[in-house]
Design a protein around this ligand. Structure first.
Ligand code: MTE
Ligand code: MO
Length: 373
């Protein structure tokens, strides 16, 4: 059994898949802290967790498949240490809401396939600069993990070379998460953090970096993690016609209360909490919340990364708002929508963004709750 040696996990995690292991924290715990504790950070594995001994660890650097250099762990640590705070979000986060529109394929994530952490490591641009490549002669930087499928093929993904080479894009080869060595589930000893980009490109257990004219040819870059029209189905889908997801769109979620919770009214108000995030370093500038289907919108208070620089807002924002509720009403529906620094707004309904893989699930969240007078 390739899964015989998996790490132990926090008991509070809600398990969406055992082999490979996929799990998310309960939504109310998710918004308790701006920095997500490592053991409550969602886990999305596609394959068994590899067992890596630090003294045997190597990272290969290749150009068009030809290995140019091999770094051990110490060699990576010699590079300047760079620390960022960044959210990582699965492309399928909130899929369970989209699946109510129509059947789709994918893990049934609630709102918890996201976490916010500090990551420290070497900048990818520093490591690549030492390879002495001509940036204009290539297009993509491919990554491979140590985790292998039954045929021996590794997990793989790629990002555009411009993102990889830009020092302000903050792409790092991370060896620390929240100030400690990476845990096995989150990529020990080294993973790539590509802030502002879909989780799938943040390759864990990094084994190889390849500079190439081409994107990664892996299943996860070519035949998955792509968006389609709501009318595309499994009979007419052509994966070669859609670009691989990189930067994520603006999204928010209501985490506390959750659908069908019973909530106590205090001084005529209820408290609502959640998170909001956008890809590409775009800051969340506002979160609007309504409890009368959009007749009245209340602006939430934000907790945000005050150190982040413009265009490099990789962290999520937490938000909270007190909503006034009328007397003698037993049930209300709460909606939330976020606005990012490019004034991108979330779409209202899932019906018009439905796609067969259940990705990019960023419609307004709508939760119905019961009120206790
Ligand atoms: N890297 C490897 N090597 N293997 C994987 O299965 N899953 C990807 C990405 N990197 C994956 C990987 C996906 S789809 C996501 S959403 C994130 O890792 C999840 O990161 P986490 O488990 O640390 O939260
Ligand atoms: Mo993912």
């Amino acid at each position: 059994d390739a899964y015989a040696n998996e790490p132990t996990r926090h008991k509070a995690l809600i398990i969406n898949g055992h082999k490979p292991f996929c799990a998310e924290p309960p939504s109310s715990m998710l918004v308790e802290s701006f920095i997500t504790p490592v053991d409550l950070f969602y886990v999305r594995n596609h394959l068994p967790v590899p067992e890596i001994d630090l003294k045997d660890y190597t990272l290969e650097l290749a150009i068009e498949g030809e290995i140019k250099k091999t770094l051990d762990f110490e060699a990576i640590k010699k590079y300047d240490k760079h620390t960022i705070t960044a959210a990582v979000m699965c492309g399928g986060n909130r899929r369970s809401e989209m699946s109510k529109v129509k059947k789709l394929k994918g893990i049934n994530w609630n709102v918890g396939a996201v976490g916010n952490a500090t990551w420290s490591g070497a900048r990818l641009c520093d490591v690549l600069r030492d390879l002495g490549i001509n940036e204009d002669a290539f297009n993509h930087i491919q990554f491979e993990g140590y985790d292998l499928d039954p045929s021996g093929a590794p997990y793989g993904a790629s990002i555009p070379i411009a993102k990889a080479m830009d020092p302000r894009a903050d792409v790092i080869l991370a060896y620390e998460m929240n100030g400690k060595s990476l845990s096995r589930d989150h990529g020990f000893p080294i993973r790539v953090i590509v802030p502002g980009v879909v989780g799938a490109r943040n390759v864990k257990w990094l084994n190889k970096i390849c500079v190439s004219k081409q994107e990664s040819q892996s299943q996860w870059q070519q035949g998955d993690y792509k968006g389609f029209s709501p009318s595309t189905n499994w009979d007419n889908v052509d994966f070669s016609k859609s670009p691989a997801i990189q930067e994520m769109p603006v999204i928010s979620a209501i985490c506390d209360p959750q659908d069908s919770d019973v909530v106590e009214i205090k001084n005529g108000k209820i408290q609502v909490k959640g998170y909001a995030w956008s890809g590409g370093g775009r800051k969340i500038i506002r979160v609007d919340v309504t409890n009368d289907k959009g007749k009245t919108w209340y602006t939430a208070d934000l907790v945000e990364d005050l150190q982040a620089k413009q265009g490099r807002y990789w962290s999520w924002s937490l938000w909270r708002v007190e909503l006034p509720v009328e007397k003698n009403i037993n049930e209300i529906e709460i909606w939330a929508k976020a606005v990012d620094s490019a004034y991108n707004v979330q779409p209202e309904s899932f019906a018009n963004i439905y796609n067969i893989r259940g990705l990019l699930c960023n419609a307004y969240q709508k939760v119905k709750i019961q009120l206790k007078q």
